[in-house]
Design a protein around this ligand. Structure first.
Ligand code: GLP
Length: 239
């Protein structure tokens, strides 16, 4: 794993350059995207670069990692809503080329169609990840199988607690989500993981220095050949 550290702003800008380089080389690249507070500065920088004519997403496609079960794009806590408002409407990507897993799939077989769609689009060139406090990537909670495709998950109470700040109360936080699986993520040609703040330091240490094991999903990224971590000094403080 390659590790890049700096201030939040510096590493977000460096991560943004990965998109500039990739899209210059491959304008039709397939981007795996993520939600959460961590990528917000990266997304703002991509919007700025796009407005400045330094990058174009006009031919790119995107596939998001996850979505809450039962929320559609009109719900202000859905990940579709988040992506539209924090990135898609500020860049030149075509709305029909943006994909977020459906929060209305009925079972895992239907959810796994997402993997087939990604494969048909040529596979993800660059997958962006945040990390949950328990090491989850997307919504792959600890002990998710290594060979998992896009599937329905029951969220852990710690994840619901962590995400309740965005909802009126914990009762409104969905109990389930649909997420790309570990296998789905590992299929990406390159992966970027971003983490900020002291609260992520412990899990970043396990991710980088621990044994790769399914109890810490992000540690499995050690088994991928092209992963770069973009960390602020706090998140990197225990390395
Ligand atoms: C959610 C998302 C993850 C994200 C994580 C961390 O649970 N499903 O994809 O990485 O939160 O969020 P944050 O970036 O706000 O710390």
């Amino acid at each position: 794993m390659k590790i890049i550290t700096g201030t939040r702003e510096e590493v977000s800008k460096k991560a943004a350059q990965r998109y500039v380089e990739l899209l210059a080389k491959k304008p039709e690249a397939v981007l795996g995207l993520a939600t959460g507070s961590t990528p917000l500065e990266l997304y703002a920088e991509l919007a700025r670069l796009c407005a400045a004519g330094e990058v174009s997403f006009a031919r790119a496609k995107s596939y998001n990692l996850d979505e809450y079960l039962g929320l559609d794009g009109s719900h202000d806590q859905s990940y579709r809503y988040f992506m539209d408002n924090n990135l898609f409407k500020h860049i030149d990507i075509r709305p029909e080329n943006t994909h977020v897993p459906s929060g209305f799939v009925k079972d895992d077989a239907e959810a796994a169609q997402y993997d087939a769609e990604i494969a048909a689009a040529g596979g993800v060139d660059l997958q962006l990840l945040g990390i949950g406090n328990n090491g989850h990537i997307g919504f792959n909670e600890p002990l998710t199988p290594y060979d998992s495709l896009t599937h329905i998950v029951k969220l852990t109470e710690s994840t619901r607690e962590a995400n309740k700040r965005f909802f009126k109360s914990i009762d409104e936080v969905p109990t389930h989500a649909v997420t790309m699986g570990i296998h789905t993520v590992m299929q990406a040609r390159s992966i970027i993981l971003m983490a900020f703040g002291r609260g992520k330091a412990e899990i970043i240490k396990k991710t980088v220095q621990g044994r790769p094991e399914i109890s810490v999903p992000a540690s499995l990224l050690q088994l991928h050949t092209d992963v770069t971590l973009y960390l602020d000094e706090d998140a990197a403080s225990l390395l």
